[in-house]
Write a protein of this length. Structure first.
Length: 222
């Protein structure tokens, strides 16, 4: 049974916050990240804008980022770059002007945001490219964050073989969606990424508030 296993490869209302037995891994040391710290995302570079205090009142998420369990405002697979997103005509029959992406991700705007995902071992802290986190900042940082390579030690922290199998299946499915064999081989050589830990649940369903603070939001996926 084990001899038939594929191999996984490793490269080095909710829209408001209110105050109140399959694959076994193989390793490619040359492709592992040089740093053992995988907590930090690949995000836009830090800027010199001064930090602003967090709002002490209600905070609303941008409408196109808001959580809707059945009909999200945008159609977006987080495994792909943000330029692939499209408006969901079933939610709102309108176009999505480019200027919308430059609008603040929240009202009032914030200079930093943190995204968490249920049962996901990493969290993403998003810095702004201007003086506030925009919709574009959030989506681009999320994409870069999920493309971060996974360390073998991180893979081995998965608590069951079933979860490891699910990650392996997601990895091979992602490689298989590449537009050519050469592109698929390239993705395979780059190894498992954080997006594979989503185990195929990559449809963006929106952000919902948490009890942690106005800057911490939960990413919902399907």
């Amino acid at each position: 049974m084990s001899s038939s296993r594929k191999q996984v490869r490793f490269n080095d209302d909710n829209i408001f916050y209110s105050p109140k037995s399959t694959p076994s891994p193989t390793f490619s040391e040359s492709s592992l990240p040089s740093s053992g710290d995988s907590s930090g995302p690949l995000t836009p570079p830090q800027n010199n804008y001064p930090s602003l205090p967090l709002p002490d009142g209600p905070v609303a998420i941008h409408p196109i980022l808001a959580f809707h369990p059945y009909v999200p405002p945008i159609i977006y697979d987080v495994a792909f770059p943000p330029h692939t997103l499209a408006p969901n005509m079933h939610a709102s029959p309108m176009s999505l002007p480019a200027k919308v992406l430059e609008e603040p991700a929240t009202q009032p705007s914030m200079h930093t945001m943190t995204l968490i995902i249920d049962k996901f071992p990493w969290r993403l802290t998003i810095p702004p490219t201007k003086h506030y986190v925009s919709v574009r900042d959030l989506l681009e940082a999320l994409y870069c964050f999920l493309r971060h390579p996974v360390l073998p030690s991180e893979y081995n922290t998965l608590p069951s073989q079933a979860l490891k199998d699910d990650v392996s299946i997601a990895f091979h499915n992602r490689c298989g969606r590449a537009p050519s064999k050469a592109a698929a081989d390239e993705q395979y050589q780059k190894g498992v990424k954080r997006v594979d830990f989503l185990r195929g649940r990559t449809a963006f369903m929106g952000l919902s508030s948490t009890k942690v603070g106005p800057d911490v939001w939960c990413l919902n996926l399907a």
